[in-house]
Design a protein around this ligand. Structure first.
Ligand SMILES: *Cc1c(COP(=O)(O)O)cnc(C)c1O
Length: 358
């Protein structure tokens, strides 16, 4: 049976991407070799990584001065690699604390400079995005998390900042158009909205770099990857290839505007049901609801039915709907590749369940 994949990550990828990725494992482009057994310095992979980087620049509309590099270690490595490269001892960086990942970024950064948390919704279990704060002008950068994967909130507008923004975009990367100019650095683990686990994209404005005095191991210095076009050492060949296929798919299916239109349509369909179905309720402030990760629980009167609804979903081929343990209930992750029909199917199950149990 075809599954409806609501997993938070690694997550659903476009069906044509999976199909082509499978072909490349067997025999890449008729070469008689699997992509898995080819040199990363051969002409095939050179063409792949060049296309991936070019498509990334084109799809986002990156101005001159921004570099795209392909790293490993996940977004979690960026929690320390960012301050390591951008923040000298004794300097200040501002952080917005909007969820578990933002909090981890803060914890790691504290080892490298003065970290000023300008606002936090931690006391309210991250159910909303704080909007009243001021960012100190002497900060080197202001770190934000565009989408809070675990709690299901999203910055629908990026905050005004007197200093360059640094953004963890892992879970809503390439889901909407945005103006890159306020950003000094953007990072995203591929496995939420771009490709398989194994590569992390970093987009950095070059003038952000080279301003700290500490010793830099070669592999931790972003400039190594810029200079060597991500080929200083062996890169994650296959995750970069599949990401390139997804980028082709994004371009072909209408770019970021189309991704955004579809994300809004999916989210409206699901939240509308959560709001009007008496058995369910949302867990976050409505204006901050994520288009990518929708968190909801059973209404107070019906909490005893949670397991039963989950079982019903499983029996009907819905996977990945279980909420993170820090929120409970359900989380429907609705990344770029998720067909609206999967959301419609989930909504139907919610309606049927309410008819029988309400
Ligand atoms: C998943 C996620 C991370 C962690 O990513 P890893 O690649 O597992 O390190 C960090 N930030 C956000 C917003 C995420 O969604």
């Amino acid at each position: 049976m075809k599954k409806h994949n609501f997993s938070a990550g690694p997550a659903i990828l476009p069906a044509p991407v999976i199909k082509e990725a499978a072909r490349a494992v067997a025999n890449y482009g008729g070469s008689g070799l699997s992509l898995l057994e080819m040199s990363h310095r051969g002409p095939e992979f050179t063409a792949i990584i060049e296309e991936a980087t070019a498509l990334m620049k084109e799809i986002i509309g990156l101005p001159e001065g921004y570099q795209v590099i392909w790293l490993t270690g996940g977004a979690s490595t960026q929690f320390y690699q960012v301050p390591f490269n951008l923040l000298d001892n004794g300097e200040t960086a501002a952080y917005l604390d909007t969820g578990t990942w933002a909090n981890k970024a803060i914890k790691e950064a504290k080892g490298f400079g003065n970290i000023e948390v300008v606002a936090s919704s931690k006391e309210q279990n991250y159910t909303f995005i704080p909007k009243k704060f001021s960012v100190p002008k002497h900060a080197k950068y202001f770190h934000i998390t565009s989408n809070n994967t675990i709690f299901g909130t999203q910055l629908h507008k990026f905050p005004k900042s007197p200093v360059p923004l640094v953004c963890d975009m892992s879970s809503d990367f390439l889901s909407r158009p945005f103006n890159p100019e306020p950003f000094g650095l953007i990072y995203a683990g591929a496995q939420k909205n771009l490709g398989p686990a194994g590569t992390t994209v970093v987009i950095v404005r070059e003038d952000m770099l080279g301003k700290v005095n500490r010793y830099m191991p070669t592999m931790l210095d972003y400039r190594t990857f810029i200079k060597e076009q991500s080929l200083y050492n062996t890169p994650p060949v296959y995750p970069i290839y599949v990401s390139m296929l997804t980028l082709r798919w994004i371009k072909k299916t209408g770019g970021l505007k189309a991704m955004h239109r579809r994300a809004k349509a999916r989210a409206a369909l699901l939240y509308n049901e959560v709001d009007q179905n008496p058995l369910f309720r949302g867990t976050t402030a409505k204006e901050d609801r994520s288009t990518m990760n929708a968190c909801f629980v059973m209404s107070d009167k019906y909490t005893a039915l949670e397991d039963e609804f989950m079982k019903l979903c499983k029996e009907n081929g819905i996977v990945g709907l279980k909420g993170h343990r820090s929120v409970g209930g359900f989380r429907a992750s609705m990344y770029n590749a998720l067909p609206k029909a999967s959301v419609a199917f989930l909504v139907e199950l919610m309606q049927d369940f309410a008819k029988r149990k309400g």
